[in-house]
Design a protein around this ligand. Structure first.
Ligand code: ADP
Ligand code: MG
Length: 311
């Protein structure tokens, strides 16, 4: 049966450098095109942690160097990361489609994701970005630019930004139109460029939206049947890494919520995935979420592996 599937790609689908990414996306394209070949509508979302970190750091370094390049705001760094990741992904998917004689256009939409100005996350920034600073430098940055600086695991001070929840996708109509016309779309890259709404303006904010939550949001908006989160592990586990570790095949949202409460999933890695999966499965009758690895995506959708989350 033909389904509408949002595929969220994790860090292992893209690697850590542009060169590595260009190579890795060839593999990443395969399971995606498998799904397309079977007749499904596929929408692709992805993370951008290492990429936006690299751009931000390079821009910071260059602006402080003799070159004195202009300072690059964080939302602009996010937009740049969406651009070059999308460029690699759309090319790799296009090529894999052509290799299989499938004629389907592929495009990346630079996507803004609307967040709430009064989201509690703005009161407590948690996401470290950019370079490391000494205590003194950190103080100066706070005084001069109002940055919130936090000590990062004994390695020095880093700027932290909030991680607000996505509310809406600014380009949703465009994405929907492309998907409805049978095009393959890459969207909400890196969780989307976070913006707040002020009148008719969308204003970029220094924040990071979790890509798992942004993927869930666009999946709901597009009325997808499936949210597939592809990561580094084949299944979700309880008692992860412990002697009594247990890999999960199929769980209800109720069971998942119970496991969340019991603290089985690491914040910042597996927790947002399970939370996003639960939210999606609960959002409408029949919607399912699957968490599995890139390599196992094809078997996963056939119900042969991965962790399926249903209501
Ligand atoms: P991505 O880049 O795909 O978002 P993350 O590194 O953020 O990947 O999250 C995936 C990682 O979460 C896995 O590689 C695994 O090490 C870790 N993890 C934490 N808790 C669990 C758990 N309960 N079950 C499975 N993996 C877990
Ligand atoms: Mg992650």
């Amino acid at each position: 049966m033909k389904s509408k599937i949002v595929v969220a790609l994790g860090g292992n689908a893209l690697g850590n450098t542009p060169k590595e990414q260009l190579q890795l996306v060839k593999n990443t394209a395969k399971p995606i095109v498998d799904l397309i070949e079977e007749g499904n509508d596929v929408i692709i979302a992805h993370g951008n942690g290492p990429q936006v970190g690299m751009i931000n750091l390079a821009m910071e370094t260059a602006s402080k160097s003799e070159a004195k390049t202009p300072e690059m705001p964080f939302p602009e760094c996010g937009a740049m990361s969406q651009g070059y990741i999308g460029y690699h992904l759309q090319n790799a998917i296009r090529e894999e489609l052509l290799n299989r004689n499938i004629n389907k256009p592929v495009a990346t939409v630079i996507t803004q994701v609307i967040v709430d100005k009064s989201d509690r996350a703005f009161e407590n920034p948690t996401k470290p970005i950019g370079s490391f600073y000494t205590e003194g430098e950190a103080k100066t940055l706070t005084e001069q630019k109002g940055y919130i600086m936090k000590e990062d695991a004994g390695r020095g001070y880093r700027r932290v930004v909030p991680s607000p929840k996505p509310i809406d996708v600014a380009e949703k109509e465009v994405v929907k139109t492309l998907v409805d016309s049978g095009h393959v779309v890459i969207t909400v890259g890196g969780g989307g460029i976070p913006v707040i709404k002020e009148g008719n303006s969308l204003i970029g904010v220094d924040a990071v939206i979790d890509k798992d939550f942004a993927s869930e949001k666009i999946a709901e908006i597009l009325d997808a049947d499936y949210l597939i989160i592809l990561t580094a592990v084949e299944k979700v586990a309880i008692n992860f890494g412990k002697e009594n570790e247990k890999w999960l095949d199929k769980i209800t949202t109720k069971e998942a919520s119970e496991y969340i409460k019991q603290g089985h999933f690491a914040p910042g890695s597996m927790l947002p995935k399970v939370e996003a999966a639960v939210e999606f499965a609960r959002s409408k009758k029949g919607r399912k979420a699957l968490i599995t690895s890139l390599e196992k995506a094809k078997e996963g959708i056939k119900g042969l592996t991965g962790t399926l989350i249903i209501d």
